[in-house]
Design a protein around this ligand. Structure first.
Ligand SMILES: Cc1ncc(COP(=O)(O)O)c(C=O)c1O
Length: 338
């Protein structure tokens, strides 16, 4: 059984939850759940396309970014093909890449940021089919501006496709996403309803790309993978941009408060464009690990990056008021036990 924590701050979920309209739409759809969902996700796909000013054939909806990455890797990576990512970056891409027989090449973070130049150099060196790059990044919460990302896009080696994971784009400053260009076959962008929209448990994400690339997903995707409740909830959430803006404003305020709380206890919060904060413990990975465990013992679920030098940090989701109160009590107690 899933363990209940007093404060669940380890999975980068949005504690405010989804728009009430999304909740209502899911409740309304529940009685019809005896029917399969629309295999083409017509309404949701068209609404997403309109939202981004692209045509619907540039959009594929899937079981979260995690699910879509599986399809993408299956499409692009054959046995022994090279793929490139950053050492310590969000790992799901790696699982899929290895699962489909790809050879993973990793480059180091630079100053706690994913390093676009290093990724490009490694991709050119290895003849990589895919380059995974998250902007903003998980687990550090750091980001690059749109110009840097565009430069990266313009410099992609022939034969390489950039997987631009924008899971946290809604909580980021507005100037970090380059314009969406669906004429470029070498870029596939991924977005999700799991973060700012507060629907992680629903499992809905989408990819934006050139129609020919998007058409490829039709060969491999699970055609009835998106149930009626999923499609209805995501559509209503997308249509409530007022709620999304309120949630992202609230996230910015609560993120700043979280940073202050962590700093008040001697940790160094990194600037974040996401719904979590990575905080430098000023110590080593062993200390960070013990702090994660000590917080767990106090009923607070947090996590930490997996590899050096990132693993000197702990990673804490932005709490709502109730969770912040729990963290405020737990953190000094946890630190005293170390
Ligand atoms: C960078 C990044 N991409 C993708 C995901 C997963 O997204 P989804 O819930 O849409 O599968 C996460 C979740 O933490 C993430 O941090």
């Amino acid at each position: 059984m899933e363990r209940r924590f007093a404060a669940r701050l380890g999975a980068n979920e949005c504690l405010y939850g989804p728009s009430p309209h999304a909740v209502q739409a899911m409740a309304d759809a529940a009685a019809d759940a005896w029917m399969y969902g629309d295999p083409t996700c017509h309404d949701l796909r068209h609404a997403i396309a309109t939202h981004h000013g692209v045509t619907p054939d540039c959009i594929v909806v899937g079981e979260g970014i995690d699910g879509l990455q599986g399809y993408l890797v299956r499409l692009f990576v054959a046995q022994g093909d090279a793929v490139v990512t950053s050492d310590g970056a969000y790992p799901t891409f790696n699982y899929h890449a290895v699962g489909y027989g790809g050879t993973l090449h990793k480059v180091a973070y630079t100053d706690d940021h994913e390093d676009p130049d290093a990724l490009l150099t490694k991709a050119a060196e290895t003849g990589a089919k895919l380059i995974y790059f998250a902007n903003p990044d998980n687990p550090m919460g750091t980001w690059h501006d749109a110009k840097t990302v565009q430069r990266m896009i313009d410099a992609l080696p022939d034969g390489a496709t950039l997987v631009l994971d924008e899971a946290y784009i809604d909580t980021a400053p507005p100037d970090i996403a380059p314009a969406i260009d669906t004429t470029n076959r070498q870029v596939i962008r991924m977005r999700t309803f799991s973060k700012a929209y507060g629907l992680a448990g629903l499992r809905v994400g989408y990819a934006i790309g050139h129609p020919d690339v998007i058409r490829g997903f039709e060969k491999v995707r699970n055609h009835f993978g998106m149930g009626r409740i999923q499609q209805a909830g995501a559509l209503a959430a997308l249509q409530d941009q007022t709620y999304l803006r309120a949630a992202t404003d609230r996230n910015a305020t609560d993120r700043a408060a979280l940073g202050e709380l962590l700093a008040a206890h001697g940790l160094k919060p990194l600037a974040s464009a996401t719904n979590f904060v990575a905080a430098d413990t000023g110590q080593n990975a062993d200390y960070a690990k013990r702090l994660v465990a000590a917080l767990g013992a106090q009923g607070v679920f947090v996590r930490m990056p997996g590899v050096a030098p990132l693993n000197r940090c702990i990673r804490v989701s932005v709490p709502d008021e109730a969770a912040r109160d729990v963290l405020e009590r737990a953190l000094p107690r946890a630190l005293r036990t170390l």
